[in-house]
Design a protein around this ligand. Structure first.
Ligand code: LLP
Length: 433
């Protein structure tokens, strides 16, 4: 009935998430409110893990890309579900450390890591540092040397695949700020440089071809390109690369128009290709990492708002303003991302109105969406925006000095706050008199 399967309508005609009444959650915790169905998050983790077990003999690790939604509770859940994580800043790494996440299961990314971030990663003994460029390689080699340790690294490679075109294209992605280019020989030169470094060990290669991708073909193509590079490295340098990180990017259903591929078929198809290419190229099967972010958390989350002003501009549109906006969900302003909405306290009624959802920021572009179908709503109604678990809280801001909403997790008929609502005092906490 809705884009996410954890949502339903109860006998009061209220929207439920993971069996919990969203109107009651809004009453108890206030709005705007992010609500996450913990059980669904765990289910997603298990399906990624079991797909690796079923199709690749368990020779891999699913690392949750925590840029999608990062907080201590989330890292604890990932730990309990046996996942690895991808972190991309000192802040994400520090949060994971404070949540006692096992550091050997951490992949540390970033195209411009600072020395402080690299030192924190080395001190914390993160599993893999994904090196993006030559200057990072040199700095890391020096820092690891100073600390008397060897850092296990992977190289981020641009495999030359643009997955965001209607028919994905296989060249022309040299123009990216991330990683070493393949076509120019830059990647092979970097591998040669790594071999000469005394304090780093190149264990693997990484690629990430984009986000919200529905098609399996670009993933399969990326895997093939990467394995061929592993094969050339073996032939040219006699170096065996034992790990392949294929990144994330698996699409999810935001609206009825979206038709994502089940993870199982992704892993099945990619595994078959990996086995085939390894046999052809006479290289051993690599340990595989995948880095799903959005697909782990987006469908499990919703945002609840209280409706305020409604402005009907005849023959033009109806603006329905809510008590949040681009400060808690900048994705429409940034990408024109589409969402499904529901009047949580009128969820049993038909969605007969077409509205523009506006936020409360002082900015005309502060919209959550346009042309959205919803039940008739007025001031005081609760509006739910669906599938907001990924890249909403993590990309939120304090624009207009609006405090960030709380995040509540629900599971087994209970709810708990995992991130507190910011107060006005939080807003001024770093201001000096
Ligand atoms: N691995 C790497 C190296 C990445 O850069 C990303 C996402 C992922 C994994 C996870 O990708 P996912 O499975 O979540 O698609 N802010 C944008 C999305 C940016 C994604 C950046 N990298 C949005 O709101 O749509």
């Amino acid at each position: 009935m809705y884009v996410s399967k954890n949502l339903d309508v109860n006998s009061d005609g209220h929207l439920t998430i993971g069996g919990m009444d969203t109107v009651k959650l809004a009453e108890e915790y206030g709005t705007p409110l992010y609500v996450v169905d913990e059980e669904l998050v765990r289910e997603h983790c298990r399906s990624f893990r079991s797909s690796i077990d079923n199709y690749y003999g368990g020779k891999g690790l699913a690392c949750y890309a925590s840029k999608a939604f990062s907080c201590k509770a989330m890292y604890r859940i990932m730990k309990e579900e046996g996942m690895g994580i991808d972190v991309v800043s000192g802040g994400e790494l520090y949060t994971a450390l404070k949540a006692d996440f096992p550091m050997e299961k951490v992949c540390f990314h970033g195209n411009n890591k600072t020395n402080d971030e690299l030192k924190l990663a080395l001190e914390s003994k993160v599993g893999r540092i994904i090196v993006d460029n030559i200057s990072e390689l040199e700095r890391l080699d020096r820092l690891a040397g100073e600390m008397g340790i060897t850092a296990d690294i992977m190289f981020r490679i641009k495999p030359g695949i643009d997955a965001h075109t209607h028919d994905f294209v296989k060249t022309g992605q040299i123009d990216s700020k991330f990683g070493f280019a393949l076509e120019t020989g830059e990647a092979m030169e970097a591998v040669k440089a790594a071999v000469k470094c005394e304090n780093v060990k190149l264990t693997g290669l990484h690629c990430h071809i984009g986000s919200q991708i529905f098609d399996i073909d670009p993933f399969v193509c990326a895997a093939e390109v990467m394995l061929k590079l592993i094969s050339s490295i073996k032939k040219e340098l006699g170096l065996e690369i034992k790990e392949l990180n294929l990144g994330g990017g698996f699409g999810i259903k935001y609206t009825e128009k979206d038709n994502p591929t089940p993870y199982d078929s992704y892993m099945k198809t990619v595994s078959e290709k990996v086995k085939q290419v390894c046999a052809e190229e006479n290289i051993s099967l690599p340990f595989i990492y995948i880095e799903p972010g959005r697909s782990v958390i987006a469908p499990a989350g919703i945002t609840l708002y209280t409706v305020g002003a409604v402005k009907n501009i005849p023959d033009i549109r109806t603006y329905v303003s809510v008590d949040g906006g681009m400060c808690d969900n900048p994705r429409y302003a940034l990408y024109k991302s589409e969402y499904e909405i529901v009047a949580a306290n009128r969820a049993a009624e038909p969605r007969t109105e077409i509205i523009t959802v506006a936020g409360k920021c002082c900015e005309s572009g502060d919209l959550i969406g346009e042309g959205m179908a919803i039940q008739p709503v007025g001031p005081g109604d609760i509006m739910a925006v669906l599938a907001t678990g990924a890249y909403n809280y993590s990309m939120s801001s304090n624009y207009n000095r609006i405090p960030k909403p709380a995040v509540v997790m629900v599971r087994n008929g209970e709810s708990r706050v995992v991130v507190k609502r910011e107060t006005l005092d939080d807003i001024i906490r770093n201001d000096l008199d």
